[in-house]
Design a protein around this ligand. Structure first.
Ligand code: AMP
Ligand code: MN
Ligand code: MN
Length: 365
């Protein structure tokens, strides 16, 4: 038996005792936006009379909040704006229906075949554009605004800052450079973005500058209490039932991830049907599952009607789940990442387990 198998199947404590490796630094080739990058994007926006603002599929508060904030700002300046995302059916999650500017949202089919200027927000790679992929490829200019380390830049111009805790932080800088003041509706959209991605300012990417940003948003009139209730503390009764079934089904694998532990569960499509819960309402389920102290890594597999599984995973700092999800064709951040699988539940969990094992113990040990 190789050392690698020893570690995975053997005494986990010997591995738990090893100090957690530092998370990888943002890749060297990923630099923060330069002055020239900002100027190029401001020039593109200044030259456009029609702009399409696009969030990733199944948008969260950061993706949709960022797109809507820019939509509200450009509308003030007399620009024709549309906000969209490439899901079919295209459903704004109930938890985000409070975001101002909903009237700007159009189905992907209503985005022009060849947009003059498209700007993507929080989209880590082109596949996350869903139905809008071809239109993005055909756009005269495609600006990518994002903070994912894994983003290689798939547009004609980029504002990618892997150190930003949220895309909304980049949008704040963009609006400042455009000379657009933070009014209450714009600030509400940005607050939804930064609060979502920092877990209400709890995650490690939160800095003094993040709190200073939040301070300016509150000064602009943001109702952080109402927003928080809508983002995190409101769910249907049906969701509670789906959650209960998912927790009942949860499995703890202490030996996984080199002894650091994996907790996982899955949600069959039939559960959502039975309780009348739309798929976008279970995005927060991972936040309950990841509480298990015994597991460094948490995984939730969410079944779609076609039997495919959307995987959401989280780590606590010792394992890079973006790398594990990358091995299954997905990506994301070191602490929060995802993938889509067509392998069924047992084989998908086995593949994820294998990816974690390969990460935690180098194969040559
Ligand atoms: P989620 O678990 O859906 O909240 O996603 C966590 C992180 O992983 C987010 O930053 C997503 O952008 C990223 N992510 C989720 N699904 C995928 C995927 N299929 N491909 C690439 N990145 C993903
Ligand atoms: Mn996102
Ligand atoms: Mn984000």
């Amino acid at each position: 038996m190789s050392g690698r198998q020893d570690r995975v199947a053997g005494t986990p404590t010997s591995v738990v005792g090893v100090p957690a490796p530092a998370l990888p630094a943002p890749r060297a080739e990923l630099r923060r936006p330069s002055e020239a990058d900002w100027r190029a994007v401001l020039d593109a926006i200044g030259a456009a009379s029609s702009v399409d603002l696009v969030a990733h599929v199944m948008p969260d508060g950061d993706a949709l909040g960022s797109a809507l904030a820019v939509g509200l700002a450009l509308r003030q300046r007399g620009v024709e704006v549309r906000v969209s995302f490439g899901d079919d059916p295209q459903v704004v999650p109930a938890s985000l229906s409070f975001l101002p500017g909903q009237e700007l949202i159009v189905p992907a089919a209503d985005v022009p075949e060849r947009p003059e200027l498209m700007i993507s927000f929080d989209v880590s790679d082109a596949r996350r554009l869903g139905l809008l992929l071809d239109k993005a490829r055909a756009a005269r200019e495609l600006v990518v605004v994002d903070h994912h380390t894994s983003n290689a830049g798939f547009g004609t111009r980029s504002l990618i800052d892997p150190l930003a805790p949220a895309t909304a932080v980049l949008v704040d800088e963009l609006l400042r450079r455009l000379g657009v003041p933070l009014d209450e509706p714009i600030a509400t959209c940005l607050y939804a973005g930064v609060a979502s991605d920092t877990g209400s300012f709890r995650y490690s990417a939160t800095t003094p500058a993040t709190h200073e940003f939040a301070s300016r948003l509150l000064a602009a009139g943001v109702r952080h209490d109402t927003i928080s209730r809508q983002l995190w503390d409101t769910q249907s009764f049906g969701f509670l039932k789906v959650l209960a079934a998912a927790l009942e089904r949860a499995e703890l694998e202490p030996a996984a991830a080199g002894g650091r532990g994996l907790v996982w569960t899955w949600v069959p499509w039939a559960d959502l049907l039975a309780h009348g819960v739309p798929p976008e309402q279970i995005e927060g389920l991972i936040d309950v599952v990841r509480k298990a102290a015994e597991a460094e890594v948490a995984l939730v597999l969410k079944e779609d009607p076609d039997g495919s599984l959307r995987g959401s995973s989280r780590a606590k700092g010792a394992v890079d789940v973006a790398a594990a999800c990358g091995a299954l064709g997905g990506g994301g951040h070191a602490y929060a990442a995802g993938f889509t699988s067509h392998l069924g539940v047992p084989a998908t969990v086995a593949a994820f387990r294998g990816a974690l094992a390969a990460l935690v113990v180098p194969p040559d040990l």
